[in-house]
Design a protein around this ligand. Structure first.
Ligand code: ZN
Ligand code: ZN
Length: 254
């Protein structure tokens, strides 16, 4: 059985836990050390039991807490060469670098990184497989490439960025340059862009669809959920939004 959970999701910090057969992997850590430890314990996870931290890119809401967590609990850190070059805090006991098309294994989990368009050094996202089960992770992408579409097909669980509602972004308080960045081709996915990814898929296998990285300023959970339901219908029982403070409780992939 695979399962996953989130310590939190949004521009103030992201971290996703994946567990299979005793192997626990954290994808990103954008929280301070104490906050991370508290949120891990909330999910019943001892920090030192982590087998790895996989990093998507160097922005603070993903990488900000990785260095101290890795040093204190001696957790190996995995990231692309380009993310490593951009990292200000790279002094960790065990660092593994890879190209974003390079697959590898940790415990019984197959890790498949894939590159995404985002304004960072060499950003990637991940697919994790155990046996026939597949979890896809996608956050922080300005648009969806055909390669991303292929990588995320036939997931049993998918965590999907729904960053903003374009109208709230346009009418909201952000400076014009930040609006352009967020809404741009190397920024973040809107609700409609995320829903558009799902529109191309047969979703027969999908048990969990978690909407992530919602902007607290430019989005609301009901808007993200409505945009997705408009494409996939009301049928999926495992559809929900992850929360910045509460994260997401364990979801089992059977
Ligand atoms: Zn980012
Ligand atoms: Zn982010």
């Amino acid at each position: 059985m695979m399962r996953f959970a989130m310590l939190g999701s949004g521009s103030k910090g992201n971290a996703t836990l994946i567990e299979h057969d005793g192997t626990r992997i954290l994808v990103d850590c954008g929280f301070q050390l104490r906050e991370t430890e508290a949120r891990l314990l909330r999910l019943g996870v001892e920090p030192a039991s982590l087998a790895a931290i996989l990093v998507t890119h160097e922005h603070g809401d993903h990488l900000g807490g990785v260095g101290r967590l890795a040093r204190k609990h001696r957790v190996p850190v995995y990231m692309t060469y380009g993310t490593h070059r951009a990292w200000k805090d790279p002094d960790v006991p065990h660092l593994i670098r890879f190209s974003p098309h390079q697959r590898f294994e940790i415990g019984g989990l197959a890790i498949e990184p894939y590159p995404v368009p985002h304004d960072a050094g060499e950003p990637c996202q991940y697919v994790l497989r155990a046996g026939a089960r597949k979890i896809g992770i996608l956050s922080d992408a300005g648009h969806i490439s055909s390669h991303m579409r292929e990588m995320l097909a036939d997931c049993d669980a998918l965590t999907l960025e729904c960053n903003h509602d374009p109208q709230l972004l346009r009418d909201g308080p952000y400076h014009a340059s930040l609006k352009l960045r967020v809404g741009g081709d190397r920024g973040h996915l809107s609700n409609a862009q995320a829903a558009g990814l799902l529109g191309g898929y047969a979703l027969a296998r999908l048990q969990h669809l978690v909407l992530t990285h919602l902007s607290e300023v430019n989005n609301r959970p009901e808007l993200a959920l409505a945009a997705v339901r408009a494409v996939i219908g009301d049928e999926l029982p495992g559809l929900r939004c992850a929360d910045q403070e509460l994260g997401l409780d364990w979801c089992e992939v059977v």
